[in-house]
Design a protein around this ligand. Structure first.
Ligand code: NBP
Length: 485
């Protein structure tokens, strides 16, 4: 093999890596590929075309030696210790100025630690969230790269060429920011993805509980996919619901156990929200329902006919569908509002200066979240970069107000039927809380002061003055409300 003639090295030939390698080769790049298990490399080589631009390597050193300088290497391997193992091996082979892109779902703090380790030898590690699954990797994913910005000119053409394009032709790949911000943005993307999937699932559950069959559910979701809810997830929801089990001929969805798995990014999103003190109730509910879905034995033991539940929804399938559409829309906007609020908090906490309009722009194509809603979100942040919460955006205020009455009615029907809709309910709760100038949390603060002397502010005194009341005889003997500095 001639030395130093390949444009990029790709390590890890499972589903994502193999398809990204094909995507790169389809766009004219010479790609040196390597996989820890060499049989996988051989299999990849024998089953894929584009042979002259896909160059198999059976040693990491051979892959590294074959690349043009500065080298560009894309890792597509299992997140976690495997990434450290490969980086350790690469360390002895790379030179200052080389760039390694970790395209897996690595935890952003691991990425930052690895960036520091590699910076010691002058190698730049870019953490790039890549979304779109196997199909996206082959035909154009959304890519969210972050790290040392000096790496961007070396990667820009490569990554933007293989990325998806948004409806306006812009590449769904832009530099996100420093440190682990690329992986963080992908993590929040996945957190929102959990929420949208759960909202759709709750809508399906409610329709089925109300007696709507799978085919009609599919028609309803396909209808949503022609309007403001249009996007990849509603689209695949309709496709899943009409898919027939080749074995039985029945709808496959009815044969699938309700135990939904998760791999980590949804939990990390909620962990980060807890750490930064950002409310993300819909993202959290979506995660918690997945956990509860795994409590199969407990749910089976507790499942009882509920004599108090209504027998019928009292509405036709069409009437339910027309209430569910605004409910899903509010839920989806609230999920994005929570996700972007988290991004803004992380940007402030970690000095990342994230551009929310650009992030919404990246998500418009290629990724699992792609949907028509991303364009108004992008425009809202473009017009008002300082927008604190998406619910304050003009389009959200205008479109959500008329959607709330049918949403409330729908939730009432769901509660009466006894069908679980925790993510939908959390979204309405989120909207209500953020639109309440006065919350009943004055009582919470009073309770805190009662049992823990945590003090409180008064609405008839300036902010920053704190008071404690002698609530009970066990207090310090004073019967009046006293000021505490
Ligand atoms: P997997 O996450 O299943 O990882 C398999 C790859 O990691 C194989 O190439 C395997 O090599 C390699 N690997 C492992 Br496991 N341990 C290794 C080690 N110690 N040293 C070297 N290589 C090792 O692959 P994937 O589903 O293609 O995903 C790749 C990355 O992209 C992951 O981080 C994933 O979270 C992320 N991602 C996946 C999707 C998706 O839809 N699957 C979407 C978006 C992002 P081997 O053949 O020798 O075992």
């Amino acid at each position: 093999m001639a030395e130093m003639q390949n444009d990029v090295g790709l390590i890890g030939l499972a589903v994502m890596g193999a398809n990204l390698a094909r995507n790169l080769a389809d766009h004219g790049f010479r790609v040196a590929v390597y996989n820890r298990t060499s049989a996988v490399t051989r299999e990849f080589k024998s089953t894929t075309g584009r042979s002259e631009r896909l160059i198999p390597c059976y040693e990491l050193s051979a892959l590294v030696a074959s690349l043009t300088r500065p080298r560009r290497i894309l890792l597509m391997i299992k997140a976690g210790p495997a990434v450290d193992a490969v980086l350790r091996e690469l360390t002895g082979l790379l030179e200052p100025g080389d760039v390694v892109v970790d395209g897996g779902n690595s935890f952003f703090r691991d990425t930052e630690r690895r960036q520091q380790e590699l910076a010691a030898i002058g190698v730049m590690l870019v953490g790039a969230g890549i979304s779109g699954g196997a199909e996206g990797a082959l035909h154009g994913p959304a890519i969210m790269p972050g790290g040392d910005v000096r790496a961007w000119p070396l990667l820009r053409e490569l990554l933007q060429t293989i990325a998806a394009t948004a409806p306006d032709g812009a590449p769904c790949c832009e530099w996100v920011g420093p440190g682990g911000s690329g992986h963080y943005v992908k993590m929040v993307h996945n957190g929102i993805e959990y929420a949208e999937m759960e909202l759709l699932a709750e809508g399906y559950g409610l329709l089925r509980r109300a007696g709507v069959d799978n085919a009609d559910c599919a028609r309803i979701f396909a209808g949503y996919n022609r309007g403001r809810l249009a996007g990849y997830l509603p689209e695949i929801t309709a496709a899943v619901l009409i898919y027939r089990d080749p074995e039985t001929g029945a709808a496959l969805i009815d044969r699938i156990r309700d135990n939904a798995g998760s791999k980590g990014t949804g939990r990390w999103t909620v962990d980060s929200a807890l750490e930064l003190g950002v409310p993300v109730p819909t993202l959290a509910e979506a995660l918690f329902v997945r956990y509860a879905s795994g409590q199969v034995e407990l749910r089976e033991a507790l499942a009882q006919p509920d004599p108090g539940a209504a027998e019928s929804s009292g509405a036709s399938a069409e009437a339910l569908a027309s209430m569910l559409e605004p409910a899903l829309y509010v839920g989806k906007v609230c999920a994005y509002a929570q996700g972007f609020a988290l991004l803004k908090a992380a940007a402030a906490a970690y000095s990342w200066d994230l551009n929310c309009a650009a992030i919404a722009g990246i998500w418009r194509g290629g990724c699992i979240l792609r949907s028509v809603l991303l364009e108004p979100i992008r425009l809202a942040f473009q017009r008002q970069p300082g927008l604190e919460n998406l619910l304050a955006a003009e389009f959200a205020a205008a479109e959500l107000a008329p959607a709330l009455p049918p949403f409330r009615t729908l939730l009432g029907r769901a509660f009466a039927l006894g069908t679980p809709v925790p993510a939908l309910a959390s979204a309405l709760g989120y909207w209500e809380v953020l639109h309440s100038a006065q919350l009943p949390t004055n009582l919470v603060q009073a309770q805190r002061d009662y049992f823990g002397a945590h003090t409180f502010e008064r609405i008839d005194r300036p902010r920053g003055e704190f008071f404690h009341a002698a609530w009970s005889a066990a207090d310090d003997g004073r019967s009046d409300v006293s000021s505490r500095s």
